[in-house]
Ligand binder design. Structure first.
Ligand SMILES: C[S@@+](CC[C@H](N)C(=O)[O-])C[C@H]1O[C@@H](n2cnc3c(N)ncnc32)[C@H](O)[C@@H]1O
Length: 260
């Protein structure tokens, strides 16, 4: 499989970049497998947004095959048509019909039925919010994302510096601004998910020496909407001058579930 994915040379040598990516993918797998093992879906579908070369999807397919678990349809979605063609070629070489790929973004991709799992590994900046929003909109049973950078939140926090003490501090001390915007961004994502009826955990999925971006947000739908999470989200927005990028999906989902 490593050769089909272009992660190993013809002599089986895996570059240090690929080894780092492998460690990340292997760290994510237990979370995805646990989500799929306990799904209530009879024919589960897992969607990987921003799949790129779809290492995560391919390793998931391999793990499901190895464990001889019930078949799972795995769909990789990415706006980059060249990467999608590359994934399709790898799928054909491996002969794995349970995998498929689409050229689309999180915003343009639509499904007929709620998926068992929506996941993403290191999609940049607000695309992580778009993945979470798409998962909420689709009514995904589980949403599992490992966020990447937080640059647009960081910039917006600094820009709000003339109105908010946190933004002022972020402008004076950029390193603190970077750490604080990461904390606030992940907190807003978790609160948005909880307010829409997801139980949420935040964990490390790989050692911090492999990548500093080693946080995973694991959300499981329970249907229990949280008013407290919604009001905490509002308070963070007021305190920082930031607005949650998940807000539109959150408002739509809560309205559909009968809450304003
Ligand atoms: C940093 S790469 C990560 C790829 C892969 N998940 C990995 O870990 O190797 C981010 C990917 O997100 C895709 N992307 C960018 N904007 C997107 C959007 N709005 N919706 C879905 N995917 C997007 C890019 O084309 C790119 O392949």
């Amino acid at each position: 499989m490593l050769a089909a994915l272009g992660m190993a040379s013809s002599r089986g040598r895996v570059s240090s970049d690929s080894q780092r990516k492998l460690a990340q993918v292997k760290g994510m797998l237990p979370w995805l497998l646990r989500a799929l093992r306990f799904t209530r879906h009879a024919s589960p579908t897992a969607i990987e947004f921003g799949c790129g070369k779809a290492y995560l999807g391919f390793f998931l397919a391999q793990a499901v095959r190895d464990a001889r678990e019930r078949p799972i349809a795995i769909l990789g979605v990415d706006p980059n048509a060249e990467l999608v063609r590359r994934c399709q070629r790898a799928r054909n070489i491996l002969g794995w019909p349970e995998m498929d790929f689409r050229v689309a973004t999180c915003e343009t991709f639509a499904v007929a039925h709620p998926p068992a799992l929506v996941c993403a590994l290191h999609v940049c900046d607000v695309v992580t919010d778009q993945v979470i929003g798409a998962g909420i909109d689709m009514g995904a049973e589980r949403i599992i994302v490992a966020p990447c950078c937080h640059s647009s939140y960081q910039r917006r926090l600094r820009e709000a510096g003339h109105r908010h003490e946190w933004g002022y501090i972020a402008r004076c001390f950029p390193l603190l601004g970077s750490r604080f915007s990461e904390f606030v961004t992940e907190a807003m994502r978790c609160l948005a998910l909880r307010s829409c009826g997801y139980e949420v955990q935040v964990r490390e999925f790989v050692s911090g020496t492999t990548t500093p971006k080693n946080t995973v947000i694991v959300a499981s739908f329970t249907g229990k909407l949280s008013e407290r999470a919604l009001s905490e989200l509002h308070r963070i927005e007021e305190m920082t001058g930031l607005e949650s990028e998940v807000r539109c999906s959150l408002d739509r989902r809560r309205a559909a579930l009968g809450r304003a």
